[in-house]
Design a protein around this ligand. Structure first.
Ligand code: ZN
Length: 821
């Protein structure tokens, strides 16, 4: 049997957990008795506190406004979820997980002599549990009754081996005193909780137990003490009928273990004794024969109306009125259903007009519960409420204005979790999580799956709902290293550079915040070298099943690209459009996206005409045969990877085939595997970047070009460490950086060269009416003025074909346009 040390150890762990949690404010102090300066999980106030040695709850200090006592076991459910991993059964102690679980439930001295065992994977649920061993006095057979540590959604937590009918549990070593009260509860943990507090209790094991089959003569002073829920109320009625002389109480919140695990033991005992009259009232209310009786009992105890209350699976509303100097409680039934709040949903699509929706679980008196969402408008008035319930569940609501307000207040103040609807897939600057349809990467790099409603719990009662753009559900298979090797075998160093850049693109927000830019990437040159296929694979490596967006569809002039991106901390590919549409794409307008730091608050504000401006939080990859970047400003912001036909060999073809055979779900797991190290990457990329700049400067002696290429090299080196690859990419990065340096330094022939070529070689026109070359060109104060329209007219008049867009010519000439009209 385990000693008290383990008990203390578990409470120590709970305390440590609070000390490291987000509920610690900057004013946190721990004097060994009390931890103060904690953040109330309910209202956010920073003066909450808890006991250092028995930290069962975080207690709000704003007693009149909030006063919440939040159970720490509820805030850190993983302490119990991981109990089987952390306290593994051993040869010496095969029941270690069960013991740890019971200790974590606050049970200690009461466990002396209690027979229990640990069973793993109960009912194939994957969860183990603690099973109490009970001997059936009549048959001499042993049965087991217990509960799962973590019951899956929709599955009961109780588990039995053998029938519990006619059997109840008594503590094997406790001497029951017949002159003292004995509490009758349903579960053994509830009974142990009361025994832990110094009372005597027995457990009847099942709410369905037939009281007449049990021999309870040894316990003449019975007090029925069932849970405060529907099953408990029903059990209470049944037992009260069988034992009319027994007393009855009900816990004020939850069950008796909740009482034990929300206060230090001494205070829990005091609380129990002080609140006993109120607990008796709760039992009396559960036993009331009618809504009227309920309201009268309530009024007699508290001297006030219960207002809206639940009775017989319906809502009742009671008003206190003075009639002829006499106080009368007037009660009426106002619905044929009850409800609870599943969650609140906060839609912040429009930043200035956030909208809340209410997700209710409505249980009709007869029939199946229905989950539905309700708008603020539907809750706003008695008539809209009546119509809403008719519409959603064919239920009726006949509450007047005060009753309706009470119901709405109940809904609004239910303290249900808040779910925030996201608009963007990928990195959320507010939550610092990467959110996809099927998974979420938390700030520490761990991957979590959505709950059954499709949303992610990132903190206690704080949920995110993904944007709803379909993403790939990652599956294990090929490791990140194996995928990297296949890409490398197919595309060599350019493949490695591309992978390094995309990993960097996942941190584009963090990078821009720190150094103010992130380079574009470009795949170019020969067709049929697998540029599109590589683009597709890189997309699957960030869990997106798509190739990219044809540039023609991107109306850059209107800033539409920001909306099209709708992703963050990921890259978006822009693919070459066919010739006819090429000209619509304006590279000048996307140049600022190299820098634009969209994490600035101003980008999140919407303007007066209420259109929302989605900030651009992604990185851009261009894929084409001929690079369309003409000006130096365009070229120097792009890292260019050249794909050549002669690099395609039978060996690369083989690797290509192997890549084709990998299911996309396994590529998506590349993201999960790499992002498990996001803390490492976030902590180390800047240092790696500085080193790479030093290493590359000799080959690329230009600040901007060296920075761009160094970033890729830095992410390559980090990635190598993480996935276990050893490959020196520096020579290749030096080569492409050097080439870019040369390209940017020399000016390539372009449209403007062609323009001057024709214009300056024209024969002077013979007729006087046509413009002459001197009409087209003029030098004033060392500036050359070009009359572009006249020049084109002249070129045309003389029979030359010069098919370029005016816009391209202007860009290429890099002129200021004067318009004298
Ligand atoms: Zn509070």
């Amino acid at each position: 049997m385990l000693n008290a040390q383990v008990h203390d150890f578990l409470q120590q762990r709970l305390a440590d957990r609070i000390r490291q949690s987000e509920f610690k404010s900057e004013r946190f102090r721990d004097n060994g008795t009390i931890m103060s300066g904690l953040i109330c999980p309910e209202c956010g106030d920073k003066t909450a506190w808890c006991y250092s040695k028995e930290p069962w709850s975080i207690n709000c200090n704003r007693l009149n406004q909030c006063g919440a006592r939040t159970k720490t076991l509820d805030i850190f459910p993983d302490l119990i979820q991981k109990i089987e991993q952390e306290y593994k059964p051993t040869k010496e102690d095969p029941n270690a997980p069960a013991t740890a679980y019971l200790k974590m439930r606050g049970l200690n001295g009461s466990l002396a002599g209690v027979k229990y065992i640990y069973r793993g994977n109960i009912r194939g649920t994957g969860s183990g549990g603690v099973m109490f061993v009970i001997c059936n006095g009549a048959t001499g057979k042993q049965i087991e009754n217990g509960r799962l540590f973590n019951s899956p959604p929709g599955q009961g937590k109780t588990h039995n081996i053998g029938s519990t009918s006619g059997i109840f549990w008594i503590h094997p070593t406790l001497k029951y005193n017949p002159d003292k009260e004995t509490y009758v509860v349903e579960g053994i943990i509830d009974a142990l909780s009361l025994i832990e507090l110094g009372f005597q209790a027995i457990a009847v094991l099942s709410a369905g137990q037939d009281p007449t089959k049990l021999d309870l003569k040894p316990f003449p002073k019975l007090v029925l003490a069932f849970d405060r829920d529907e099953a408990g109320r029903r059990a209470l009625k049944k037992w009260k009928a069988a034992f009319p002389d027994s007393g009855a109480i009900m816990p004020l919140r939850g069950d008796w273990n909740d009482l034990l695990t929300s206060l230090p033991r001494d205070q829990a005992i005091t609380y129990f004794q002080e609140k006993k009259p109120e607990m008796k009232l709760q039992a009396a209310l559960a036993l009331a024969q009618s809504g009227n009786e309920y309201a009268d009992l309530f009024f007699d105890f508290y001297n006030k109306s219960p207002g809206l209350f639940e009775f017989d699976e319906c809502y009742f509303f009671a008003n206190v009125k003075k009639i002829k100097k006499e106080t009368v409680v007037i009660t009426s039934c106002v619905s044929n259903f009850t409800l609870s709040v599943g969650h609140y949903e906060l839609d912040t699509t429009n930043q200035t007009e956030p909208e809340n929706r209410y997700y209710l679980n409505i249980t009709p008196q007869k029939g199946q519960p229905t989950a539905c969402s309700v708008t603020a408008h539907e809750l706003s008035a008695p008539t809209t409420l009546t119509e809403m319930f008719l519409r959603r569940i064919r239920g009726w609501w006949s509450g007047d204005r005060p009753a309706s307000l009470a119901l709405v207040r109940k809904i609004v103040e239910a303290g249900a979790p808040v779910v925030r609807q996201l608009q963007i897939t990928g990195y959320g600057p507010i939550s610092a999580c990467y959110v996809f349809d099927n998974f979420l990467i938390k700030p520490k790099g761990n991957c979590i799956k959505p709950n059954k409603h499709g949303f992610f719990e990132i903190e206690f009662k704080n949920y995110l709902r993904p944007a709803g753009h379909k993403t790939i559900n990652p599956a294990r298979g090929k490791s990140a290293k194996e995928i990297w090797v296949l890409i490398f075998r197919t595309w060599g160093s350019r493949g490695a550079a591309a992978v390094a850049w995309i990993v960097g693109s996942w941190f584009v927000n963090q990078v821009k915040l720190a150094i103010g830019f992130f380079p574009f990437l470009s795949f170019f040159n020969d067709p049929a070298t697998g540029k599109s296929f590589l683009t597709r694979i890189l997309n699957t490596c960030q869990a997106l099943n798509e190739e990219g967006l044809p540039m023609s569809q991107v109306n850059t002039a209107k800033g539409e690209i920001r909306k099209l991106a709708q992703r963050s901390g990921l890259f978006k590919a822009l693919l070459e459009a066919n010739n006819a549409e090429k000209t619509r794409f304006n590279f000048e307008s996307i140049l600022p996206l190299y820098n634009s730091n969209s994490l600035q608050v101003s980008a999140l504000k919407s303007n007066d005409n209420r259109t929302k401006d989605l900030p651009f939080l992604a990185a851009l990859l261009f894929v084409q045969n001929t690079e369309p970047f003409r000006t130096r400003a365009q070229r120097e912001r792009v890292i260019s990877l050249k794909f050549n036909k002669e690099d395609v060999t039978p060996e690369t073809g083989q690797a290509f085939k192997e890549l084709m055979a990998v299911p996309i779900e396994q590529f998506a797991h590349f993201f999960v595997e790499v992002m498990a190290f996001r803390q490492t990457i976030e902590a180390n990329w800047q240092e790696g970047f500085a080193q790479a700049k030093t290493d590359l400067w000799e080959a690329i002696p230009d600040n901007r070009l060296c920075d761009n290429h160094a970033l890729v090299l830095a992410f390559h080196r980090l990635l190598c460490q993480i996935i276990g690859v050893d490959y020196n990419l520096q020579p290749y990065i030096e080569k492409i950086g050097r080439q870019k340096f040369i390209d940017c330094s020399s000016r390539r022939e372009d449209v403007s060269d062609h323009f001057f070529d024709i214009l300056l070689n024209l024969d002077e026109p013979k007729e006087e009416s046509t413009p002459t070359i001197s009409n087209c060109l003029e030098i004033k104060d060392n500036d050359l003025f070009i009359n572009v329209p006249e020049s084109l007219k002249l070129i045309g008049r003389l029979g030359y074909k010069f098919n370029v867009q005016l816009k391209d010519l202007h860009d290429s000439l890099q002129v200021k346009i004067y318009n004298e009209n």
